[in-house]
Design a protein around this ligand. Structure first.
Ligand SMILES: Cc1cc2nc3c(=O)[nH]c(=O)nc-3n(C[C@H](O)[C@H](O)[C@H](O)COP(=O)(O)OP(=O)(O)OC[C@H]3O[C@@H](n4cnc5c(N)ncnc54)[C@H](O)[C@@H]3O)c2cc1C
Length: 476
């Protein structure tokens, strides 16, 4: 988000540029000299979206990926529940996430429309030790949204940027900070942004609340879609379109060196260290991961280094528990809810995928996500599963009887190639996405953290990849 623009204005500006990119026949203004080589570090959605545009423009592209799989912070599990897909990272797509929706459609990947899914039961929130039926779309939410709109005008963006979300909520929350609504709002904010409100700029929360979308009550368009069969289908389609021969797995970027006008990438793979010297390089690693890369000879500016050193990241973790059926439905609950307990935000992981076996997702952020027991990705320790099952039974007594063994945890803050879930600007960092997007000599930057308007989202990753491809083409 740009300080000086409201989030809505930023969105409109961004929408215009995304549209320009999407125009059929989009091509660089000048022809690309044959043999021009651009290397992309990271094969998440931003790296793949960028590589695709470059390949289509005739550039010689290499994509270097540290992991043995592509997709980065998107990860679909198809073995937890036979015949179902569950998302361990990025999952929902809003109706106005036009770049990723277009990319899916061009890639032959369909979307699952959750608005068409008929679920039995209603949302329930377990807050302050009590279960509350339905969402929280009541007077308190409306008053908070109105207060946010007023404060945006009254305090201005700079003051809100400097303030933490916790500080703002303390003064703005109807009913005082100890009220059930305050607990609900803190739990919702922590889950949505991935960071504790004390470590998050108030500007993000206030603008989202004032827009009436996202952070508080979901607008109809929010979280409307999922990728049919899982995000892995989009990743596989992009891999094919980019060209499997152009993507190298298991090769880690360890250093960036600026050699005059050219970049040098220091890489380490199974065959040892190597140096690649393309014409330009696109770096899509999140700031947390870039901190582990040797940048001493990169020639990066002080503001860019500062962003890499300090930009906040959410620490979301998902615990996904398989169930033999959506047993909560029989008890009047649709599995959706927000809780100030270990449950965090919850939903049916295989929503709309058919009757029978399914799974239950519990998403936590902030300190709870950072310190959750277990591996980065793998079997969930019994203690965290049992704690959740006990809480699920408080919301819908009897449900836990349908739980199966084999629950998994995905703690993205522990993942060495993610080091967090998605960017979450700390107080004073609301313009960091803009700074993170600035090219540094022959180095260009993409990734959700460089997206002004959709940072944190798959949409931001895709838009940033397409933006940076255009930026590179303009300079070749
Ligand atoms: C739990 C969770 C829930 C989420 N929910 C949603 C959601 O519902 N909707 C939504 O829109 N978004 C969601 N997101 C966010 C979304 O997944 C991300 O914004 C998006 O996938 C980021 O893509 P990216 O290309 O910017 O980064 P990444 O996917 O991180 O791509 C960077 C790539 O670089 C690779 N890499 C790392 N280090 C190196 C190295 N040294 N050398 C080479 N390669 C390296 C990584 O392995 C990765 O493949 C969620 C994320 C998480 C974790």
């Amino acid at each position: 988000m740009t300080v000086g623009l409201t989030r809505r204005e930023a969105l409109m500006t961004a929408g215009a540029s995304a549209l320009a990119l999407a125009l059929p026949g989009f091509a660089p203004s000048r022809g690309v000299a044959s043999g021009t080589r651009v290397d992309v570090a990271g094969a998440g959605l931003s790296g793949l979206a960028c590589a695709l545009v470059l390949v289509q423009a005739g550039v010689d592209v290499r994509v270097w990926e540290a992991r043995d799989r592509l997709g980065g912070r998107t990860l679909t599990d198809t073995s937890l529940v036979p015949g179902r897909w569950v998302e361990c990272g990025g999952e929902f797509i809003d109706a106005d996430h036009s770049a990723i929706r277009r990319l899916c459609s061009e890639s032959g990947v369909t979307l699952q429309d959750l608005a068409a899914v008929d679920e039995s039961g209603v949302a329930r929130n377990l807050v302050g030790g009590r279960v509350r039926e339905g969402g929280w779309a009541d007077e308190s939410s409306e008053r908070l949204a109105q207060r946010a709109a007023r404060d945006l005008q009254r305090l201005g963006e700079d003051r809100l940027n400097a303030m933490s979300a916790a500080e703002w909520l303390r003064g703005a929350i109807p009913g005082g900070t100890g009220s059930p609504f305050a607990r609900y709002q803190r739990a919702l904010t922590t889950g949505e942004y991935g960071a504790d409100p004390s470590a998050l700029t108030a500007l993000w929360v206030v603008t989202d609340l004032a827009d009436g979308a996202g952070a508080n009550e979901m607008a109809d368009s929010a979280e409307r879609y999922r990728v049919n069969g899982g995000t892995r289908n989009l990743v596989a389609a992009l891999e094919k379109r980019v060209g499997v021969e152009r993507i190298v797995r298991g090769t880690r970027l360890t250093g960036l060196v600026r050699e005059g006008s050219r970049p040098a990438l220091l890489l380490t793979g199974s065959d040892g260290p190597r140096v690649e010297r393309p014409d330009r390089a696109v770096i899509t690693l999140s700031p947390g991961v870039l901190r582990t890369v040797n940048l001493s000879r990169s020639g990066f500016s002080t503001p860019t280094r500062e962003v890499i050193r300090t930009y906040g990241m959410g620490t979301n973790a998902k615990v996904i528990i398989p169930f033999s059926s959506a047993a909560w439905g029989a008890h009047g609950w649709d599995a959706e809810g927000v809780s100030d307990t270990a449950l965090g935000q919850t939903w049916n992981s295989a929503l709309g995928e058919g009757a029978g076996s399914t799974a239950f997702t519990s998403l936590v952020g902030g300190i709870a996500g950072r310190t959750i027991a277990g591996p980065d990705h793998g079997p969930a320790p019994g203690s965290i599963v049992q704690a959740r099952l006990a809480l699920i039974d408080r919301v819908a007594p009897g449900t836990r009887a349908a739980a199966r063994d084999g629950a998994v945890v995905h703690a993205w803050a522990k993942d060495p190639y993610a080091r967090g879930s998605y960017s979450a600007a700390r107080p004073g960092q609301a313009d960091y996405a803009t700074i993170a997007a600035r090219p540094q000599g022959p180095f260009h930057f993409a990734g959700e953290h460089t997206s002004d308007e959709w940072s944190g989202f798959m949409e931001g990753a895709v838009q940033s990849g397409q933006r940076v491809a255009r930026e590179v083409l303009a300079r070749l």
